[in-house]
Design a protein around this ligand. Sequence first.
Ligand code: C2E
Ligand code: MG
Ligand code: MG
Length: 571
Amino acid sequence: MYLNVLIADDSEDDALLLVRELRQGGYHPQFQRVDTREELERALEQRHWQLVITDHTMPGFNSSDVLESVKRSGMDVPVIIVSGTIGEEAAVQAMKAGAQDYIMKDNLARLIPAIERELREVETRRARHQAEQALSHMAYHDSLTNLLNRSMLHDRLDQALTRARRDDTLVAVLFIDLDRFKIINDTFGHTTGDMLLQSAAERLRSCVRRQDTIARYGGDEFVVVMENLESRNEAAAVAQAIIDAMMKPFRINHHEMYIGSSIGIVFSRDCDGRGEMLIKRADVAMFRAKSMGRNKYQFYVAEMGDENESRNQLEQSLYQALARSELELFYQPQVHISTGRLRGAEVLLRWRHPDLGLVAPGLFIDLLEETGLILPVGEWVLRTACQQWNDWLKEGVITEEHVVSVNISSYQFKGADLVFTVGNILADTELPPHMLDLEITEGTLMEDTQLSQQILQTLKEMGVHLSIDDFGTGYSSLSYLKKFPIDCLKIDQSFVRDLINNADDAVIATAIIGLSHNLNMKVIAEGVENNDVLQFLAEQNCDMYQGYHYSRPVPLSEFFGILQRELKEVA
Ligand code: C2E
Ligand code: MG
Ligand code: MG
């Protein structure tokens, strides 16, 4: 075994004697002899020493100087004194000063066992130190993402707030919640879910400043603490960067995955409570951001209150919503652009909450998905819509050309047996399959393209209409679009709403229309809010539209009115 030994001895012969002893003990010593303190200190700088052997007294320095120098070097290296002259008292003194052992020159037989013991102990100390480091790392970090954990976050945040108050600086807390993570975790399994969280954490890291604190707060929740902000915009810019980063597809195990994020931001100056309070309020703001639609950030304002229980409460009441008949379908007309005639309607879920009033799905679709309630609720939506549509068909209020569009969440699309459910509902309600249009988002389809293709194919064979919803927000490649048996493409409203003022949007919308027609698909523009946009779409030969310009989503009775008006006009 190789052994790097530093020998402090003024006698070369004595040193060689030691080396011979080491060789006989089975070591291959790589050694250096020093006989002044300066030489010793220079040698110690090399730091690779495993053992120091020193004489007790040498001209100019002695073993206690050696001990002191080794100690100062910070190295954990055993020092053994080998001396002919050391007396009992000096030996005890030396041991107290940190020498591991002392050996008489005339009893060198003790040297090897002493070295073996000391090297073992160094090894034990090193292992223990490593274990301690690992333990303390574990105590402060999240093992999956290696970000700080919750308890460390609280420490850091409280420290940051103390500093901010002392120096009158600004701290921001960002509460980040990933959208759709639960679905991916359930669809692809935990291993994939874990990998996704790791990549998300990595992206998060790349968005914040070096000095910022990032912690994993819960399953798919993260908190960022930013200190010494010049302005509030700085926090907003980081939030936007995070949102942009999370919207890009994740590629894990050959699957393309889409998540997103909602972020709540609170500033130290708006809240004189402790860190915990700030996090709660950032959470409240995040929840508000989520209710406005995904991929948004929101500052906390006092009017939001501290309704930190609201999410739990909402979840509880959501469980009863279906049974209590609090869920309701709204209808938003879809219109053929060339004729102005009704194509049909998209059904949009609403919740008549006893306290909150009418609640739009932005606030609860995620919860439905996370709790798995989306399956029974989704089935209810589908059944109710088909039933109503067939009733109207029988009553002659609509014709077989009119289509009812139903949103299918990613969870429904892959989680349960959608094909079976749709088949049953069509059979039970007797709605002709071609009058049902299923809207599936681009993100859902791209998550597992092969599976998507199979499911779509089966649905197509049943005769139902298939549309891609929110098109343009994902990253579909053309080759896939060609493989999917899709009838219709819905241009996401983010490209439509402002298309007159935004040249980029106009280009994208135009391209999507051209592309769809090339692939023999029809195009619906959603989010048409004024006549200028409608005119533009008409010029681009867009097939259909829906939006506030024609009508907002309306309750059943109101939509019935629209149908009757339409009926009169056609007649
Ligand atoms: P979506 O499928 O893209 O539905 C269109 C959304 O745009 C609706 O929001 C609608 O009210 C809104 N909208 C329509 N025209 C305009 C317009 O001119 N301007 C603006 N600013 N907005 C317009 P809503 O009803 O809040 O629904 C949001 C999303 O919730 C839907 O997006 C859909 O993804 C989901 N959703 C709604 N109902 C259901 C459902 O029954 N099942 C599932 N799985 N998801 C649903
Ligand atoms: Mg839709
Ligand atoms: Mg849409």
